[in-house]
Design a protein around this ligand. Structure first.
Ligand code: SF4
Length: 247
């Protein structure tokens, strides 16, 4: 017991300083592939062919990304014949392509945001990363962000998983029980595009087929700071990622 007391005093505060300053430690993000220029369109086509889920799209001599499909297998980078560049950032949240009239939540929500998480058929990976936000390293309470099990107290609906058939109705009911204004975040490739599960009799193939999605956070799973970035974008404390075209 006394060891942990003195160890805590010796090491000091370990909580990340993000979003005040960027967290640059190696390991806070697995990174992601980024659009890469090749010598010819043929090479870009070859690079696109390396992706098992069709997340790379050849546009002339550029291999571009649809990050909402990417399952972060890293095949297009490590050991690839036509490697794409890889970037170790984490501010990945994007406005969902169908959310034309997306607006950030009103200003009071910057200091007090309540989030309800729905596991809509998640494998456990994205949910595990979401849970990290409450640990001392990320400690989202310091930013006025709280998780709630009660839809009537929630401002943001954070969904992980491709939405299995059994979770379709509970997800809809959760959304309907939330007061306005509310925002929906699709977290991870499965929630955005269905991921490796795709669309089938038992999978809706993404949250957008059931609810109006406002923001998407690519990753498979996205690291905790990417999810935190999405929550900050919802309240206008951060801007959406620029450049990457997602799903
Ligand atoms: S990391 Fe993403 S883009 Fe690259 S091969 Fe894997 S799924 Fe495709």
């Amino acid at each position: 017991m006394s060891f942990w007391f003195w160890n805590g005093l010796r090491r000091g505060i370990q909580t990340t300083r993000y979003p005040k300053s960027m967290e640059l430690e190696r390991g806070v993000s697995p990174g992601r592939p980024v659009a890469t220029s090749f010598k010819s369109s043929a090479e870009a086509e070859q690079a696109a062919g390396q992706c098992p889920v069709g997340a790379i799209v050849a546009r002339d001599s550029v291999a571009d990304l649809e990050l909402g499909r990417c399952v972060y297998c890293q095949r297009c980078h490590f050991g690839a014949r036509y490697p794409l560049d890889w970037k170790y950032d984490y501010e990945w949240a994007q406005i969902f392509p169908g959310a034309q009239d997306f607006a950030v939540l009103p200003k009071p929500y910057r200091k007090s945001l309540h989030v309800i998480v729905v596991d809509a058929g998640d494998c456990g990976a994205c949910l595990h990363e979401v849970k990290q936000l409450n640990n001392p390293l990320y400690n989202v309470h310091r930013l006025g962000i709280f998780f709630t099990p009660t839809p009537r107290a929630a401002d943001v609906l954070l969904v992980v998983g491709p939405v299995s058939e059994n979770m379709r109705v509970p997800l809809q009911k959760t959304y309907e029980a939330m007061p306005d204004p509310k925002r929906v975040l699709a977290v991870g490739a499965c929630a955005i595009s269905g991921g490796v599960f795709g669309r089938s009799a038992m999978s809706a193939g993404g949250v957008a087929s059931i609810l109006p999605v406002d923001l998407e956070i690519p990753g498979d799973p996205p690291p905790p700071l990417a999810i935190l970035h999405g929550l900050l974008v919802a309240t206008g404390r951060k801007v959406p990622a620029a450049g990457a075209q997602v799903s």
